[in-house]
Write a protein that binds this ligand. Sequence first.
Ligand code: 6GU
Length: 235
Amino acid sequence: MRVDLITIFPEYFSPLKLSLFGKAQEAGLVEVKIHDLRSFTIDKHKTVDDAPYGGGPGMVMSAVVWGEAIDAVLKQAKTKPVLVVPTPSGNVFNQEMAIKLASFDHLVFINGRYEGIDSRVVEHYQQSGEFSDVIEVSIGDYVLAGGEVAALVILEATSRLINGVIGNEDSVTDDSFAPGEMQNLLEGPIYTRPPSWQGLDVPEVLLSGDHAKIAQWRKDEALKRTRKFRPELQA
Ligand code: 6GU
């Protein structure tokens, strides 16, 4: 997968060098390019924003500058990419969306700050046909200062679903929210050695070696936890 990230804060994406995502890049499974939005400005102050039409607080990011940056990324594209637009006013991100994003071979993230990006940017690229899809996505019901952290969240959830990125494929299929047996169940408690710690013992059943009984116990515990924290998932 190829990922382009456009931002006024390229340093926000330095964690992508680490851990699974870093290894995925070294292994050639993911190729990431970070672009500084300011390098596409034309004035000497490198302005990326302006006051909102109609008044109101804050500043709006310029469609002109974003258009230049996005067109430059499109020129380098080998296949039609998907445009991902992190915004608190998008669809709420979930595992199903992560699975969908993991199936594409090129994602372009445009990461706005301030009050957001001039709405004509999304409208234009929805119409132009240069992207196979334009996806506006929120990571939850709260407001961040910009899209960068949301893009990191989306990329972490997405990249671990790409074949070869995770060593143990089972840990993907056993995920809470993953389609299958455990869909709509939160994962229950987990333990490793020692068998007793601070007076707390690992549940007997996990030491029994009875795999059917263990699977049933895990399902029961998952159900208990789901009823406690996320009853709406069961409905
Ligand atoms: Cl994607 N962006 C911003 N700025 N705030 C958010 C968000 C995204 N998702 C939730 N809050």
